[in-house]
Design a protein around this ligand. Structure first.
Ligand code: BGC
Length: 785
């Protein structure tokens, strides 16, 4: 028997469960035919319907044979207004992550105008809002709760760029897993992560949220994060739906200014920028978020090329697409839409299912359907995708299943989570320089001067997009170092300097800092950026240490004592003076809740640093964009041609970066044997094995990230001077050696050829193995026809 839910009937959750199961097991409604085709793009009123390739549903989504008929039944009862409600996502007023255009979300929920809410969490509040939806609306369709759980929810892990520096896929997956457990325990269903935007421009503040400059590393990390967030199965109450964002190419804004125009060749887009999104989709990401930028003149939220042709037709994505915050509305200032109504039509017809915070669908879509500008089928396809995700989450069975007070209590900031956060933080740190082995701190260093605006800061330690991470809970460097310092070691702290732009010329704290440092055996300077100087809307034109920090470093240098700079920031900074003048530099990013403990672990040598840069550090902003996989050009500036004119070079700077992608030192020394390959020629379908012997020739146990790069010497289009194709993390005891092998097949050599077909081309290649991307000598092999 089919239960029809009528407006006047108020059903309890139990009844809802009953009706849901009856509907699920009941009569299948006839599927509505594709009466009207889905318009393909703005200006093209009618185009072919979206045919998603019939590939398998990602295993993590679970097999739900009865779901289709359940959703059919439900949709058969929905009015157009109720359907549009399911495509509407509004923020609560708890947190603001963008401009607020619409208030009154509770009334909207009760009126059935909203399908999902973000920036609301906690068991109590999600229950309160869910109740409005399931008890106050005619069809009692539960809400979906989303939130930016990016690098932790309450237990904060290092910022995403920092985690990427660990190159540790297991640790990164675990960090996402724990974040999901914490978030899901507070009533959340959905995170707006992972952010997988490749970026080669450190001026852009959002580099802190991604995995850096490299497509291969970024793709592997994207998969790990999706797996971590979504866990074993969507619907488990310790999992969150993942959102791969921001689709697409948001990380390449002109001049590094956030939200700015993106324009690149199709080859660059497909080869460099799209693969991490694809990797996340293939790993089962349930949702995709559009980006703010335009691409080739079309804003992403109105791009049927991106959202339909690539995402659905080529990649077979079956989840739903959400916009970024008011990005449909923003198609008006972009100059792509004349008004909101047209913007909404362009967005839904391009393939946007859910409108985040713009209320454009809510206000205009019904009219667009009435006018025939948007087909009923297009609305139904989008609604189905949203309802199916709610079904998979089990919300029709129990809308409150993620909001469980016991789980909320038990699953937040547990000792095991904090320990995991400490572990990832240590793994993420990159030892950029260590002259005369000044690190780890010697036992003889009895007086440590800890100086700088980040030395006693808690708030900065968790960086931006820090979810519900407390800014008073993190362990500061001062606390961590004092707690670890042996008896008899004094730690003299002085703030000394400021990281605020406005304080650039000031010197008022210098005297205090000099007094704290004058009798020290070693100076540890904790400097970098204020936490909000990276993240969204945080682009810079100057990447130096802000404020008067460098000036203080110069003062401290006059004391003639060893200086260790602990750099805390969310992007590669330009620090040429420090690079030349301080003894050691440890890039610690924003390490998270356990910051001070993790930094102390590394400074005192309890943990031997193993991180490698996921992004090149330029010498100056003038070199940007600078990345390891650049092209050679027709006039490369090589060592043999030093000083010559008419070559691709700067007059006032070296071409080389301060530190390249893949760079990172250890307290021990790793030596690499010459690379050998078992075949010098491979044929299509074959692979060669490259072998290197890695030896820990130092005195401490350590971990090395062994990297494999290739170069295609001649192609139908020019190829980068190096491309990362694999890496392995190898732990070795002092004196220990290990043979490390990599398999390289023709698939690893594929690219978009001149005719834009994908595949390798026969010819000569070079292969490089080492502990950085800056490897001058490779071994040659060839791919035969
Ligand atoms: C950001 C997204 C984020 C969204 C919701 C936007 O401003 O670009 O990354 O997920 O806000 O908070």
């Amino acid at each position: 028997m089919l239960i029809t839910i009528r407006p006047a009937v108020r059903l309890s959750v139990r009844t809802l469960m009953l009706s849901a199961s009856l509907i699920a097991g009941g009569i299948a409604a006839p599927l509505s035919a594709r009466e009207t085709a889905r318009p393909g793009s703005a200006g093209a009123p009618v185009a072919a319907p979206v045919e998603t390739p019939a590939g398998p549903t990602p295993a993590v989504w679970g097999d739900r044979p009865e779901m289709r008929s359940f959703v059919d039944r439900l949709m058969a009862q929905m009015t157009l207004a109720e359907k549009i409600g399911q495509l509407t996502l509004l923020t609560s007023d708890w947190v603001s992550t963008g401009p607020t255009l619409r208030a009154g979300y509770k009334e909207d929920i009760a009126a059935g105008k909203v399908g999902a809410i973000f920036n609301a969490h906690s068991v109590a509040y999600t229950r309160e809002l869910q109740k409005l939806a399931v008890e106050g609306t005619r069809l009692k369709i539960p809400l979906l709760f989303g939130y930016d759980v990016i690098h932790g929810h309450r237990t904060m892990f290092p910022i995403s760029l920092g985690e990427a520096a660990s190159w540790d896929l297991e640790a990164i997956e675990k960090s996402a897993r724990i974040s999901a457990i914490e978030g899901a325990a507070e009533g959340l269903h959905w995170t707006y992560a992972p952010m997988v935007d490749i970026s080669r421009d450190p001026r852009w503040g959002r580099v802190s949220e991604g995995a850096g400059e490299d497509t291969y590393l970024g793709s592997r990390i994207a998969e790990a994060r999706v797996k971590g967030f979504q866990g074993k199965r969507i619907g488990d109450t310790d999992s969150l739906l993942a959102t791969v964002k921001h689709f697409a190419a948001y990380g390449a804004p002109q001049a590094g200014r956030d939200y700015s125009t993106v324009d690149m060749s199709m080859r660059e887009l497909r080869e460099v920028y799209l693969p991490p999104y694809k990797a996340a989709v293939d790993a089962g990401a349930a949702t995709v978020m559009t980006s703010f930028n335009e691409l080739d003149g079309v804003p992403a939220s109105g791009s049927s090329f991106l959202l339909t042709d690539v995402l659905r037709k080529e990649w077979g994505f079956k989840g739903f697409v959400v916009t970024d915050y008011t990005s449909i509305n923003e198609m008006i200032p972009h100059g792509f839409s004349k008004d909101e109504k047209q913007a909404g039509e362009q967005a839904i017809n391009a393939g946007v299912d859910m409108d985040m915070q713009g209320a454009v669908y809510l206000n205009h879509l019904a009219k667009s359907v009435a006018e025939g500008k948007v087909s009923q089928q297009t609305i139904d396809d989008a609604v189905r995708r949203v309802l199916e995700m709610k079904y998979r989450l089990g919300l029709f069975q129990d809308p409150y299943r993620f909001s469980d007070a016991k789980r909320e209590k038990a699953n937040v900031m547990t000792p095991a989570f904090l320990e995991a956060a400490r572990d990832v933080a240590r793994k993420s740190m990159v030892l950029l320089k260590n002259q005369n082995d000044v690190l780890p701190l010697a036992a003889s260093a009895k007086r440590i001067a800890l100086i700088g605006p980040l030395a006693d800061s808690k708030a900065d330690m968790i960086g931006s997009w820090a979810g519900q991470g407390s800014r008073t809970r993190p362990i500061s460097l001062l606390e961590g170092i004092r707690a670890r310092a042996a008896k008899g070691v004094t730690v003299n702290y002085a703030k000394g300097a400021s990281y605020q732009f406005a304080d650039a010329g000031k010197t008022d704290g210098f005297a205090e800092a000099m007094a704290a440092a004058k009798d020290a055996d070693v100076i540890v300077a904790a400097m970098g950026e204020y936490w909000d100087m990276t993240g969204e809307a945080a682009s810079r034109t100057d990447l130096n240490l802000p404020g008067n920090q460098e000036a203080l470093l110069k003062e401290l240098k006059t004391l003639g004592k060893p200086i260790v700079l602990v750099l805390l920031s969310g992007r590669p900074n330009t620090i040429p003076w420090a690079a030349d003048n301080v003894d050691a530099i440890l890039e610690a990013w924003y390490p998270g809740t356990m910051a001070g403990t993790a930094v102390a672990d590394v400074l005192f040598g309890d943990y031997n640093p193993s991180g490698k840069l996921p992004m090149t550090f330029p010498r100056s902003v003038g070199q940007v964009p600078i990345f390891y996989s650049m092209k050679n050009t027709g006039r490369p500036y090589t060592a043999e041609k030093q000083g010559q004119k008419y070559l691709s070079r700067y007059l006032d700077s070296s071409n080389s970066p301060q530190w390249p992608f893949g760079h990172g030192l250890s307290y021990t020394r790793f030596t690499y044997s010459t690379v050998t390959i078992d075949k010098t020629v491979i044929r299509p379908g074959e692979a060669l094995t490259a072998t290197v012997t890695l030896t820990n020739s130092g005195k401490r146990a350590g971990t090395e990230i062994v990297q494999l790069y290739t170069r295609d010497l001649v192609g139908s289009v020019t190829r980068p001077v190096k491309e990362l194709k694999g890496f392995q993390k190898i732990a070795l005891k002092p004196g220990e050696s290990r043979r490390v092998t990599f398999r390289v097949s023709d698939k690893d050599l594929a690219f978009y050829r001149q005719d834009m077909s994908w595949g390798a081309e026969p010819g000569e290649f070079e292969l490089f193995v080492g502990g950085t991307s800056d490897l001058p000598v490779g071994v040659k092999f060839s791919l035969a026809e």
